[in-house]
Design a protein around this ligand. Structure first.
Ligand SMILES: Cc1ncc(C[n+]2csc(CCOP(=O)(O)OP(=O)(O)O)c2C)c(N)n1
Length: 339
């Protein structure tokens, strides 16, 4: 079942500087993805490249609540999560170019983006396990008696995978500090979620596990920010996990270079493009936050400069030295205790 997004961002008491930051983060993701799409056509990217175009409000709205010591686990469509968690565009682009300056030192590519020093605990090409990894992070944060949270971002394609059941159930019975963020973009590759799910209301599944489940307009950054804020606060306070279903849409092909015909209509794509989260955020800033258009144009220019420079940096970066191939593969052996 496809739900239509609403046209107005939810009203709310959002600080203007926070709202401007949403815009900057979302635009950084969009411009970086557009650059990566061009770079893919130029043969500069090694491995697959799944862009996050159309879904930017979710990463921006959720990650705005996270600290560097909170842990994010992501998917094959994870560039937006990495950028919103704080990976600089130059390190992300360099990673996809396979360069030594990439966030994973050029060893991982799009589906192995790691920056543990800021809590970016990895993107992954395997659909589902990030749900269990975030649950495990929440378990360790609880054992360590911290107020840190684990966050799993995953698509609708992951919610019929056993990992979803196991992760949500364990998180619920242990009241773990975890956010399960389903980015329901309506399709898993070319399979419509409405076809593949006996119950396509993902948010409603929360009650099956005894946790709050919220369905929201994932193209509305204000709505995402508010729902995620409640969920993070509850998790930090020991109130347990939350399932957020963010209804959204990817407006590019499943992956760069793939065909994008035959499974959805142009009319449907156009309808969702008209609900573009960045355009909606811009309207919100102008109309509800009374931001001057010049301020937005300055952000737009700054973001474009950052991404242009990031691509140049990546292209001019060295390849990893062959002699370093075994570095960062295994942890250093622990020193035996002296008796
Ligand atoms: C365990 C597993 N099964 C199948 C695949 C093949 N696969 C790659 S992407 C994808 C679709 C995932 O859809 P969804 O989770 O909705 O994310 P989206 O691509 O829509 O962001 C599939 C099935 C995989 N990578 N891992």
């Amino acid at each position: 079942m496809s739900v239509q997004p609403t046209t107005d961002p939810a009203p709310g008491q959002i600080d203007r500087s926070a709202a401007l930051e949403f815009y900057r983060v979302m635009l950084t993701i969009r411009r970086t993805e557009e650059q990566l799409a061009r770079s893919h056509q130029q043969g500069l990217i090694h491995g697959a490249c799944h862009t996050y175009v159309g879904q930017e409000a979710i990463a921006a709205g959720v990650c705005a609540h996270l600290r560097p010591d909170d842990a994010v686990f992501s998917t094959h469509r994870g560039h937006g999560h990495a950028l919103a968690k704080g990976v600089p565009p130059r390190e992300l682009i360099a990673e996809l170019f396979g360069r030594a300056t990439g966030c994973s030192r050029g060893r991982g590519g799009s589906m192995h983006l790691f920056a543990p020093e800021i809590g970016m605990m990895g993107t992954s090409g395997i659909v589902g396990p990030c749900i269990l990894q975030a649950t495990g992070a929440g378990y360790s944060f609880q054992l360590l008696k911290t107020d840190r949270v684990g966050v799993a971002f995953f698509g609708d394609g992951a919610v019929n995978n056993g990992a979803f059941h196991e992760g949500l159930n364990l998180a619920s019975i242990c009241r773990l500090p975890v956010l399960f963020v389903c980015e329901n973009n309506q399709y898993a590759t070319e399979i419509a979620f409405a076809y593949a799910a006996g119950n396509p209301q993902v948010g409603m599944r929360g009650s099956a596990y005894g946790m709050p489940g919220v369905t929201l307009d994932g193209n509305d950054v204000v709505a995402v920010y508010q729902a995620a804020g409640e969920a993070v606060a509850r998790a930090r306070a020991g109130g347990g996990p939350t399932l957020l279903e963010c209804r959204t849409y990817r407006t590019r092909a499943h992956a760069e270079g793939m065909r994008d015909v035959g499974y959805r209509t142009q009319e449907e794509v156009d309808r969702w493009k008209a609900q573009d989260p960045i355009a909606r955020c811009r309207t919100y800033l102008l109309q509800k936050q009374a931001v001057a258009v010049e301020a937005l144009e300055q952000i737009e220019a700054d973001v474009q400069t950052t991404v242009t420079e990031a691509e140049r940096f990546a292209r001019n970066s060295p390849w990893p030295e062959a002699t370093t191939a075994c570095q960062h593969v295994y942890s250093e052996p622990a020193q035996p205790a002296s008796h």
